[in-house]
Design a protein around this ligand. Structure first.
Ligand SMILES: *Cc1c(COP(=O)(O)O)cnc(C)c1O
Length: 428
């Protein structure tokens, strides 16, 4: 068999300008294990990006890898449309037993196309179908994906600018804290929905992330989430929680909302649901809203059988009891102490996020980019988020050993210290 060379000039020559992460992290990566990436020259990097939280259980988890190898070696089904397969039955059973039942969730599982945006599209469509309404309330700095429907709910102007069409059917309202801590944005929402002359159409759904991943790690309080859930109910709107990024343990629990005393009508999941970084997405729907007819919301890749294999292991290995969740508390403490040290180095810095989805707002996108650049030069892959990319964001795999976590945080601290010092010299 022929083997083409791994010539890095091909990316510039042939890959679309739409490429993005590879611009900040320009190595050619070849291998990965746990929380480490290795490039073609053998350089090692600690991964605090983790596929934007698609690799919550690290790279190449050995149990998932072995199960997948066994499945492939045994000629297990590779593509099965949405046919019944053994691996799908096993995944659904594990998900029912270890995730849904213990949380008293009666939701049905609907497999959508394999991306987060696919799940969001399905959720928005379903809410519209169920309620007969078109409007959807979404919030400032929300990110829900970049396909047409999902993009209409996404706040980011750069992404919206790529639409080339009017993005309609969504009313944007301020997220918690957006107007400062004195202004109660849940009250605003309630007032506007309750006023027939506010100009806000009665919504099919109110949709948000409990921790805004791309929007700058704004974390909603339990109280705000509960009030918004109540407002949705009072106004006949479905509550959609987009847990694509904050789910699968990232918030410190399997779902980002599970300690908040709310029961969303729809939950969207993707990113880490396969456990292994394979494409897979789903939405959870209360049975009374499970109203798509057979194939009404179709898709060739609804259910990736390889992902079912690894997703089942992820659930059984990490969520069958409380031990993993307990370990997350310790990791959260380590991250918080590192971030506290960092925030002391940057005047005006603010800690952001919740659970293991944490970061620090350093006040400017330039500073955040310089910090991430320097961290990368020292072997740490880490990204920014926020409206002006001003938040340095830690999305380390949840399985990162404490020593590696500390090592990564130390690289980050050094990068912050050195960058701030350089800037001081430049200013003098
Ligand atoms: C990443 C993300 C999406 C979109 O997922 P894709 O797989 O990139 O389409 C949707 N919602 C949230 C909260 C996300 O973080």
């Amino acid at each position: 068999m022929l083997t083409s060379p791994s010539d890095p000039t091909v990316f510039q020559r042939r890959e679309s300008e739409a490429r993005s992460y590879c611009r900040g992290f320009d190595a050619v990566f070849s291998q990965a294990a746990g929380s480490e990436l290795i490039d073609a020259d053998g350089n090692r990097y600690i991964d605090f990006l983790a596929g934007c939280s698609s690799l919550n259980y690290g790279h190449n988890d050995p149990d998932m890898k072995q199960a997948l190898i066994d499945h492939i070696a045994g000629d297990g089904i590779a593509h099965g449309l949405d046919l019944h397969t053994e691996v799908k039955a096993r995944f659904l059973t594990a998900f029912e037993t270890h995730i849904l039942k213990p949380r008293n969730m009666d939701h049905r599982v609907m497999f959508t196309g394999p991306t987060g945006a696919n799940a969001v599209e399905a959720a928005m469509k379903l809410a519209r179908k169920v309620t007969g309404r078109t409007n959807i309330v979404a919030f400032t700095n929300g990110f829900h994906g970049v396909t047409q429907g999902a993009l209409s709910a996404t706040g980011n102007g750069y992404h919206r600018g790529g639409a080339g069409i009017v993005l309609a059917g969504v009313t944007r309202l301020p997220f918690e804290g957006y107007m400062g801590s004195d202004i109660d944005t849940a009250l605003m929402l309630e007032k506007m929905l309750g006023d027939p002359s506010s100009g806000v159409e009665p919504p099919a759904a109110i949709m948000f992330e409990t921790i805004q991943g791309e929007g700058g790690l704004n974390a909603a309080s339990a109280e705000w989430v509960r009030r918004v859930a109540r407002i949705a109910k009072d106004h006949g709107a479905l509550l959609i929680i987009d847990d694509v990024q904050a789910g699968c343990g990232r918030a410190g629990s399997f779902f980002s909302f599970e300690d908040f005393g709310v029961m969303p009508d729809i939950v969207t999941m993707a990113k880490s649901i396969s456990g292994f970084g394979l494409p897979m997405a789903l939405m959870l729907v209360r049975p009374e809203h499970d109203k798509f007819g057979p194939a009404e919301h179709n898709g060739t890749f609804r259910g990736n059988t390889h992902a079912f294999v690894t997703a089942r292991i992820a659930i059984e290995k990490f969520w069958a009891d409380d031990s993993f969740q307990e370990q997350l508390k310790q990791k959260e403490r380590i991250i918080l102490s590192g971030l506290a040290a960092i925030s002391e180095m940057v005047p005006g810095a603010r800690l952001k996020g919740r659970g293991l989805m944490r970061g620090v707002d350093v006040g400017s996108g330039d500073l955040a980019a310089a910090i991430c650049r320097r961290a990368y030069d020292n072997g740490l892959v880490i990204e920014t988020s926020g409206p002006n990319d001003e938040v340095v964001k830690i999305l380390a795999p949840l399985t990162t050993p404490d020593t590696v976590l500390r090592k990564g945080l130390n690289i980050l601290m050094d990068a912050v210290r050195d960058t701030v010092t350089d800037m001081k010299f430049a200013a003098e």
